[in-house]
Design a protein around this ligand. Structure first.
Ligand SMILES: [Zn+2]
Length: 419
């Protein structure tokens, strides 16, 4: 069976259970949470009612989200008293388990802010029976901690499936570490973000086949040369900074910003390393994919929230400027969604950017800038700057020499006193 998620983060407490309450039947459970708490689809399904229904028009609940999850989980899920302006889904939308669908509120008849949550057995809220959500939610996943089961995350096989098998499995295996690292860097940590990420990168690069723009040059490619908006201000920049990486980083200005970012994240030793050697974005998948992370989080920082809202057109416009190839992007998105957590990178054994920065700092403190010692610590007989360890060794030698000299002087003094 497909995964089941809790309607809220697992630290939100239940304030009222299912069953008879004050002479009436309470058809769900209540979660105590402030207005605006994110709520999530508990299972894959299709929205029956959402944002399109007028605010305050649902009897008792004020506003609600109602999702038909019969085909995936044999229930309809109902979220009551939700904050209407926060509803992110509408009638007919497909949602995936764990997807952010809106936020809790205090609408309708309530005694305070909370989420009322119901599940209805077959055939659904119309004609079915309300079930106690508490046992139904036992073992459900926390939607704020979406992680693949051990051994079930992104593999060469699932990457190949997501990309439509455009390349050999061996090639996808080669690309996998760079892809997984770039996804962590871009905070692609939910199923929906991963689906949008893979759909867009897959479309832009034709299944990761093209890590470098195919160069005619076409008339429009000739136009790259000298284009001010791309920052191409030196002869040859048009070709030198042609589209690179799976999301086609283009132009001297973007390469310069990306180069600086790589340095800040601890991926390179110098801020201009990438802009001086743009082939690395085309030839080294690690940097090719990182260019996509940079684009996704820095150049277009709205992309993750557009993905959270499952806004395919919005995501496409942010990447493409228009809606070119929207049908292929939609087909890819549908395929990627079906792969679920199999598209999320698993546990990382690499260092986080912060850990990398710290390590580099310790390294610099010990060995000096570019491992060349510190000028202020003095030099060895070969004229090289001393490292911290060399300098301490030199200090010890000096102290020993000083002690020896003091001993010598004391001895002299004694002899003189005797004399
Ligand atoms: Zn309730």
């Amino acid at each position: 069976m497909a995964a089941i998620y809790r309607p809220l983060a697992s630290n939100v407490p239940v304030s009222s259970g299912f069953g008879p309450r004050g002479g009436q039947q309470h058809n769900g459970i209540d979660f105590a949470c402030p207005v605006g708490t994110p709520i999530y689809a508990v299972a894959d399904g299709v929205v029956v009612e959402g944002a399109e229904r007028e605010q305050g028009s649902v009897s008792g609940f004020g506003s609600w989200i109602w999702i038909d999850c019969q085909s995936s989980a044999r229930v309809d899920a109902v979220y009551g008293h939700v904050r209407h302006p926060g509803i992110r889904v509408r009638r007919g939308d497909r949602v995936v388990a764990g997807q952010l669908i809106g936020e809790s509120g205090n609408e309708g008849q309530t005694t305070g802010p909370h989420l009322h949550f119901e599940v209805w057995g077959p055939p659904g809220r119309r004609g079915g029976r309300a079930l106690d959500p508490a046992p139904w939610l036992l073992g459900a996943l926390d939607p704020t901690e979406q992680e693949p089961e051990p051994g079930e995350g992104l593999t060469a096989e699932s990457l190949s499936e997501a990309m439509g098998g455009s390349l050999s499995l061996a090639r996808y295996r080669e690309l996998l570490p760079g892809m997984a690292n770039a996804m962590r860097e871009a905070k692609i940590d939910t199923v929906l973000r991963a689906a949008h990420w893979h759909a867009q990168l897959g479309h832009e690069s034709v299944g990761l086949r093209h890590m470098s723009e195919i160069w005619g040059p076409t008339p429009s490619q000739r136009g790259y040369e000298g284009r001010a908006d791309l920052g191409n201000n030196r002869p040859g920049d048009g070709y030198r900074f042609r589209g690179s990486g799976p999301i086609q980083l283009t132009g001297r200005a973007n390469f310069t910003r990306f180069s600086r970012w790589c340095f800040d994240q601890g991926y390179t030793k110098k801020a201009n390393e990438i802009v001086d050697d743009p082939d690395r974005v085309r030839d080294d998948p690690k940097f090719g994919f990182l260019a996509a992370s940079w684009y996704w989080t820095v150049a277009r920082p709205q992309l993750n929230s557009l993905a959270d809202a499952d806004d395919l057109n919005g995501v496409t416009r942010a990447i493409n400027g228009g809606l070119n190839g929207i049908n292929d992007r939609r087909a890819r998105l549908a395929r990627c969604r079906r792969l679920g957590t199999r598209l999320l990178p698993g546990e990382e054994d690499e260092l986080t950017p912060e850990e990398r920065r710290l390590l580099r700092e310790v390294h610099t403190q010990l060995l000096g800038p570019n491992s060349r010692g510190w000028p202020q610590l003095g030099q060895n007989p070969q004229g090289q700057n001393l490292t911290v360890v060399d300098a301490i060794a030199a200090l010890r030698n000096d102290v020993n020499a000083l002690n020896a000299r003091i001993d010598e002087l004391e001895k002299l003094e004694k002899q003189q006193r005797k004399a």
